[in-house]
Design a protein. Structure first.
Length: 67
């Protein structure tokens, strides 16, 4: 699985955690909501790393432009 596919999978997990966070906040379960927020934060950081990796992969795969 390449970096862009991994990024898509991580974003899917983020959306799932956001839904669970909203549900926990609706039930006023702030401790559970905090756990979900921390999970979302960790996954967002991971997407940034994967985006950087995808960018470097694309740069190395593309042939250099001739002037």
């Amino acid at each position: 699985m390449n970096a862009s596919e991994q990024k898509t999978a991580v974003k899917k997990k983020i959306r799932m955690l956001k839904a669970k966070r909203d549900e926990a906040l609706g039930q006023k379960d702030y401790k559970q909501a905090k756990k979900f927020r921390r999970g979302i934060r960790a996954l967002k950081r991971q997407t940034r790393v994967l985006a950087r990796a995808a960018k470097t992969q694309a740069a190395t795969a593309a042939p250099p432009a001739s002037a």
